[in-house]
Design a protein around this ligand. Structure first.
Ligand SMILES: [Zn+2]
Ligand SMILES: [Zn+2]
Length: 285
């Protein structure tokens, strides 16, 4: 059983439509794939329709959260699985996050214009299309107008990296509240990549706090998480009685198509389903 529990489509900031993501998941030999776009379930319908016979889809979402820190909060991502997509409270919060993303993206474009970058909101909106607009779309617009040579160069302190000259902070959920919203909607919550990025580190004590708040698992196996961190997180999940999960965090060509590169350990998928009541995994036919 190979389960990649973390992939994105162009319903958020991935590059491929959900149908193509499902095709690639089957091609990679996966048995289970979770579609976890940022703050939206908009890709689920197309993924269901295009689901190959060999594949099971876990409907999911990656929620944007913020942990309170000494100076300012820092971003934390929470993977939510098998929740009721029509739960009014969870749907209202994700709508609020998405609405804020547009306001924030517009504010970043304004700052770039002030810095002399010849981008416009229309360029960014055209690149995002129907997806939830985000920094990758702005980065692509910056490359398209020649301000930078390639989109990855936008993610520096000069431009739109966290704390960069044109960076604008965003609305995000408190993770304890997010866990409670997901659970109330019948879903299970897993902390995404807590050690993937120095700026986004979540400490053992913070993870223990989230476990006490109802967190079900921690994403241990993730391509940006160094192996020593994976080993230490694995020990922590055992101590705290949490499920250790894994996924590729594939964003299509943005991350070089890595679907299936990292998967959940045996039993993780079954443990997640056993705790969920808001939705069922979808089996291809
Ligand atoms: Zn993430
Ligand atoms: Zn992700």
């Amino acid at each position: 059983m190979r389960a990649d529990l973390h992939v994105h489509s162009n319903a958020s900031d991935g590059t491929d439509p959900p149908a193509e993501v499902m095709r690639r998941a089957a091609q990679a030999g996966l048995d289970v794939v979770a579609l976890t776009d940022h703050d939206t379930v908009a890709g689920h319908a197309q993924a269901r329709q295009a689901l190959p016979g060999s594949l099971t889809l876990v409907p999911g979402m990656e929620l944007s959260c913020q942990l309170e820190g000494p100076s300012r909060g820092h971003s934390v991502h929470l993977l939510a699985y098998l929740f009721d997509p029509d739960d009014p409270e969870l749907a209202a919060e994700t709508r609020r996050i998405r609405d804020d993303r547009v306001l924030r993206a517009r504010a970043m474009v304004d700052r770039l214009i002030d810095l002399g970058v010849p981008v416009s909101w229309d360029d960014v909106a055209a690149i995002a299309g129907t997806a939830v607009v985000g920094r990758p779309h702005i980065a692509r617009a910056m490359a398209a107008c020649g301000a930078i040579a390639s989109p990855d160069q936008a993610f520096t302190r000069d431009w739109i990296a966290d704390g960069g000259r044109a960076y604008v902070d965003r609305y995000a959920l408190d993770p304890v509240r997010a866990i409670s919203l997901v659970r109330s909607a019948g879903g299970v919550a897993v902390l995404a990549h807590p050690r993937a990025d120095r700026a986004l580190l979540v400490s053992d004590a913070q993870i223990a706090g989230l476990a006490a708040a109802g967190l079900a698992g921690v994403e241990v196996f993730h391509p940006d998480q160094p192996e020593p961190e994976q080993a230490s997180l694995l020990g922590l999940t055992r101590d705290l009685g949490l499920i250790a999960t894994g996924g590729s965090d594939d964003h299509g060509s943005l991350t070089g198509h890595r679907i299936g590169s990292h998967t959940a350990p045996p039993g993780a998928y079954e443990s997640l389903i056993s705790q969920a009541s808001g939705a069922q995994p979808v089996r291809g036919c």
